[in-house]
Design a binder for this molecule. Sequence first.
Ligand SMILES: [Zn+2]
Length: 190
Amino acid sequence: MKIENYELKGESMPIITYPNPVLSAKAAPVTGFDSQLEKLVQNMLFTMYHAPGIGLAAPQVGLSQRVFVLDIDYDREVVTNSSGKDEVRMSNFSPMVLINPIITGTSGSMTYEEGCLSVPGVYEEVKRFKSIHVKYQNMKGEFLELEADDLLSICIQHENDHLDGIVFIERLSNLKKNFYKKKILKDKKK
Ligand SMILES: [Zn+2]
């Protein structure tokens, strides 16, 4: 599940924001497990780390494909370098990539304050499963399974929702959902 010997490299991709229709579309399964996919994953990780975020799904960079990356525990600090400028240093990467994931088991529930790179500025508590069992493929196309709890479980559920065209504000109460939808549309017009 984890990518071994990860090196931070690649290109930043523009992050698509709500309500772009690509974020509401059901993404198609990944079928080609080739160098193009490897490149995409590399660029998605690079984009996620620099955003910064803990998860990024392909629809968020405009590609309607069932793949997402995540890393819930890397270190990030802002340091002043020798020429007196602030510099972001990141280390201890534990990147993961899940391709064509399917949540096959769930248990318990918990709420956690979520945010999303595609919905900047919105942070709200969302109720999700505490533990999940997931079947997925790695970059070689091999079939794997994992158990996830707590933050990892929440992150996978949030990213998996993106593959089904669901942005986390859709999981809020109708009152909050409508409030944010209106607010976002209004802010976009400015
Ligand atoms: Zn998101």
